[in-house]
Design a protein around this ligand. Structure first.
Ligand code: 13P
Length: 256
């Protein structure tokens, strides 16, 4: 297993936080604090209405902007939805798909996650594909089966070529926003299971090149240890990404 084939990606998921003017300030502050930290990619995934001000504030910096969802159809009568082409034109490079909050509260299924992923990749966006087990699944000892099933269903029909633009974020649902974090060994083990599923679906080379992040209460205190694990290639950070100083510390931990 050669981690050097992969660039570490530290991404913030702001969820439903920050107005456009707050976003402008927070992106600028994050960019300033992470200015010289070129050892990883830095992404902030912001609410749709914040994209314009976030993209503007990120111009000329090493911060890249992402969205938090995308619809699978190109256009039409889908009130409240946003297409991949719309995102692309606003300057977004990344999009989160399949976050557990969308699966839990908004009826997202592996089939819709797969359709959204295909649409985003076809448009030229980079996808941060989220998956992970809920607490009852972990307690039943079926984490491995759950994450490998999600990996297979979510990536169904996605070409080897398109995998270059897919990041997988392993987010155990029980660790999101709870202050509970998977231990570095647990995170490494499950990211490894996802990687071997990708090897089965594609090839060992593609599995070795795929960035797999950990998400779930990652913060400036635990990031270094989590990121030291061979299968953990970055983080998807919720709460701590809202505070530029904390997020910058996580980016700093990823420089090693
Ligand atoms: P927290 O870092 O707040 O636990 O959120 C993780 C997450 O859901 C990132 O997508």
């Amino acid at each position: 297993m050669d981690k050097s084939k992969r660039k570490v990606v530290i991404a913030g998921n702001w969820k439903m936080n920050m107005t456009p003017s707050e976003a402008k300030t927070a992106v600028a502050e994050t960019a300033k604090l992470t200015d010289s930290m070129n050892g990883c990619d830095v992404v902030l995934c912001v609410p749709f209405v914040d994209i314009a001000s976030a993209v503007e504030a990120a111009k000329g910096t090493n911060v890249k902007i992402g969205a938090q969802n995308v619809h699978f159809e190109a256009k039409g009568a889908f009130t409240g939805e946003i297409s991949a082409a719309m995102l692309l034109e606003t300057g977004v490079e990344y999009v989160i798909i399949g976050h557990s909050e969308r699966r839990q509260y908004f009826g997202e299924t592996d089939a819709t996650v797969n359709a959204r992923t295909k649409a985003a990749l076809a448009a030229g966006l980079k996808v941060i594909l989220c998956l992970g087990e809920v607490l009852s699944e972990r307690e039943s000892g079926i984490t491995s089966e759950i994450v490998s099933m999600q990996t297979k269903l979510d990536l169904a029909g996605i070409s080897a070529e398109d995998m270059k633009n897919v990041i997988v974020a392993y987010e155990p649902v029980w660790a999101i926003g709870t202050g509970l974090t998977a231990t570095p060994d647990q995170a490494d083990e499950v990211c490894g299971i996802i990687r071997s599923t990708i090897a089965d679906l594609y090839s060992a080379d593609i599995a070795d090149a795929t960035v797999i992040q950990y998400g779930g209460s990652m913060n400036d205190g635990n990031a270094a240890e989590l990121l030291s694990k061979v299968n953990v290639d970055g983080g998807l950070i919720g709460g701590a990404s809202l505070i530029p100083a904390k997020f910058a510390k996580i980016v700093e931990a990823a420089q090693a």
